[in-house]
Structures are given as structure tokens and as C-alpha cells.
Ligand binder design. Sequence first.
Ligand code: NAP
Length: 284
Amino acid sequence: MENILDGKKLAEQMKASLKDKIAKLPYSIRLAVVMVEGNSASQIYVDNKIKACKALGIECNLYTFSATTDENEVANILQNLAEDRKVHGILLQLPLPKHMNKDKLLKLIPAEKDVDGFSGENIGELCLKGLRGNAFIPCTPLGILELLRSNQIEISGKNVVVVGRSNIVGKPMAMLLLTEGATVTICHKLTKNLAQFTRQADILIVAVGKRNLIDADMVKEGVVIVDVGINRMEDGKICGDVHFESVQKKAKAITPVPGGVGPMTIAMLLYNTYQAAKQQEERV
Ligand code: NAP
């Protein structure tokens, strides 16, 4: 359909181009994935990341811990990986069990290997310089920006509303769009009368995790919709946060779920890992 922002197609193109570049490198790229069991979705996400790495010729080592593991054991492996010169990127799969201090563990990943872009250093650089800095930008916001730009969707001067303020999607997304010249409003659970904000949006980005949170009555004609949400329906299929069928009729462009933001997130993880390896290997 005409107004679909096809993340799957763009991600395939980006991965093909990256694969060519990686094949020409005189060194191999290695990503370490650290996962603590206890979240059923995490295993699926991790499997997808490993599969995507392998398809591009990136070596991927998985370190799995049981849900009852002591935090120090995870800290030890992160410290070793931080010092290992053969490892270019480190990914700590979230969420972690409640007894673990996520912030403390994330801090053990050096900014130059933080291909998820979650560290304070990378987020700070993103806030200061956006795409023009040296930051690794969190994969989902970066993928969304790439999807908008490759579809010639103007950002500068537009009213953008981001629903959701998480550290991994909502906040970095808002910052990135701000540095690209948008006027950005961030909404969250405590926002009163969400619809009064979403109706103002030229571009509406929804990253909440609530099926049908946004319906056609909450958006204006000609809006661009980016649906980040992943919700599992009774039949096992996944859907986003936006009521696709009704909103699509009013939208100038809309991302499907699946096939929109998800594939772009993976493509950007591969891109960040490639960049991390280049920076570390080609440093003088
Ligand atoms: P999160 O950390 O749970 O954050 C959800 C955000 O939504 C919070 O800021 C929360 O507000 C806000 N919120 C909750 N209920 C709301 C409501 N009724 N109205 C307005 N805002 C509301 O989630 P996340 O990690 O950002 O992920 C969000 C969704 O995107 C999830 O479905 C996740 O699975 C999906 N996701 C998809 C990808 C992908 O690649 N496609 C990547 C990452 C995440 P408060 O802060 O006030 O609580």
C-alpha cells in the first residue's frame, strides 16, 4: 500500500550494503551479547540479533546467565569483555531481574563498545550534538530517523509528538528529533488528555506497549505515524499501539507492525557494531 513506511525493505537494503562493507574488512567484527534469563521475549530478541549478525559475517558470542545469578558474576563478564580487544561491541539484554542493578551494570560497558547507545556518555553526546556527534545512538530512535529520512519525510520545523519517555526509545527519540529541528512534545502516563497533544502532531511516534492506545479520532488528517509498540494478541500475532486500520485512512504515512520499526532496530544494531569495530581497529 502506498502510505506504508516499509521498515523491512529498507532494513534489507541497509544490511546488504553493510554485508558488502564487512566482507572487505581485513579484520573480523565481534559482538558480545550478555543475557540473564527470566524474560521470555528476551530470548526471541537475542536469537534474532544473533541470526542477523551471522548473516552479515559478524561474530556473535552469547553469554547466558540464569535468573538467580549473582549480579557480580554478570559484572565480571562485562569487565572482561570491556578489556578484550577482540570484542568490539557489548550488548546487555534488558530487562534484568529485579535483584540486579541495571544502571551499575550498564556503566561497565565502555562508551566505545556501547552499541546500544544506552550509556550516559553516549546519551550526553546525543543531547549535545545529535547525529553530528560521535555518539552511538540507541538503535530504535536511529532506525526511525533513517526510515523517515529515506522516505523524504521533512522533520525540520514540524510538530512531533512522542508518546513514551523511556530511556531507550522515547527520550533519545525526542532529543534526536529536536536536534534535527522539530518542535517536540513528549507525552507519558501522567499526561492529561493525551488526544489534545496527539491531534497537533505532524509526526506522531508512539512507544508505549498498549494495544489500540491511539485511534483515528486522536490524529489529524495527513499525519505521519511511527508505531514502535509491540503487543502480543490472543492468537499469538503481534500488533502495535496504534489502531492501524482506522488511522491508516487519515495518515500520509504509517509504519506497520510487524515490518516497520522492528527490522530497522536490528539493522541499526548491526550498523553501530560495524562503526564500533571500525573506530577501534582503525584508531591510530
Ligand atoms: P517502557 O520503558 O515500558 O516505557 C513505556 C512508556 O509509555 C513510559 O514512558 C510510560 O509513561 C508510557 N505510557 C504508559 N502508559 C501510557 C499511557 N496510557 N499514555 C501515555 N503514555 C503511557 O517501554 P519501552 O521500552 O519504551 O517500549 C515501548 C514499546 O515499544 C513496547 O511495546 C516495546 O516492546 C516496544 N519496543 C519496540 C522496539 C522495536 O524495535 N520495534 C524497540 C524497543 C521497544 P511513564 O514513564 O509515565 O510510566
